[in-house]
Design a protein around this ligand. Structure first.
Ligand code: C5P
Length: 239
């Protein structure tokens, strides 16, 4: 089944755990912990979530020299999380170091190693920025598919991408390579700061491997029902 990661974009652990209380009998349940919450709470929030058998996507987007990433990834590998992220712009050696670190950390802790997802170009990067600031001469699409290929060859299991890029990435790498998609909105939701959004049903049609959903669930009047509806839709069920 394709996971729906609820983005726990909350300031601290008590707020995040309070939000999750009504979900206590909901299975499967998966969440994304990002920098905001992790920098505040550290591994305590991860332990609290794993104790409740919740799958965790720890989204820290590592990007540093390979040795530092190796050491950081060893720490993440011990946390028993299911997914984590690196920037593919850090290069093949750095991505390989992340993969190795995750495997070594997980082995040391006697847990399964997390799947490694790569960020290609941030969705906040514009085509102009790519050309004018980074001096990258190729198009955004070419850069994204090239970086996805490098990530795959370096041991990543997939990428974070707009659902609209899934086809391009699957063609460039393979059908098995995971495309996890944020930028999801329900038909009646406001778009907020996201630019190119798709509905859960459209993400299913675009062959998503799983989606990240924040405000559509966290700001819903009935978060549990919204989560279940989205989960069904992204798995090819209800519209
Ligand atoms: O509230 P919303 O559904 O827009 O939240 C999406 C989540 O996914 C946020 O945690 C955001 O940081 C993250 N994300 C994103 N776009 C990316 C990568 C991550 O929106 N390209």
């Amino acid at each position: 089944m394709k996971p729906v990661f609820i983005a726990l974009d909350f300031v601290d652990a008590p707020t995040a755990l309070k939000f999750l209380e009504p979900f206590k009998d909901v299975k499967p349940l998966a969440v994304k912990v990002g920098m905001e919450l992790f920098y505040r709470e550290g591994s305590i929030i991860i332990e609290a979530l794993r104790d409740q058998d919740i799958d965790v996507f720890l989204d820290l987007k590592l990007h540093d020299i390979p040795h530092t990433v190796l050491q950081a990834a060893k720490q993440i590998g011990q946390l028993n999380v299911q997914f984590t992220t690196v920037h593919s712009l850090g290069g093949s050696e750095m991505i390989k170091a992340a993969r190795r670190g995750l495997n070594e950390g997980a082995k040391q802790a006697g847990v399964d190693a997390p799947q490694l997802l790569a960020v290609t170009q941030l969705t906040s990067t514009s085509e102009e920025q790519l050309h004018d600031e980074e001096l990258v001469p190729v198009s955004m699409a070419e850069s994204v598919s090239h970086l996805a290929k490098i990530a795959s060859q370096s041991g990543a299991d997939g990428v974070i991408s707009s659902a609209l890029e899934n086809d391009l990435i699957h063609q460039a790498v393979s059908e098995e390579f995971k495309c996890i998609n944020p930028g999801i909105r329900l038909p009646n939701n406001s778009v907020d700061d996201q630019k190119r959004v798709v509905t859960p049903t459209r993400a299913f049609e675009l062959d998503t491997s799983g989606i990240v959903v924040g405000r559509s669930i966290t700001q819903s009047d009935n978060p549990v029902k919204t989560y279940k509806d989205i989960y069904n839709a992204v798995n090819g069920g209800i519209k």
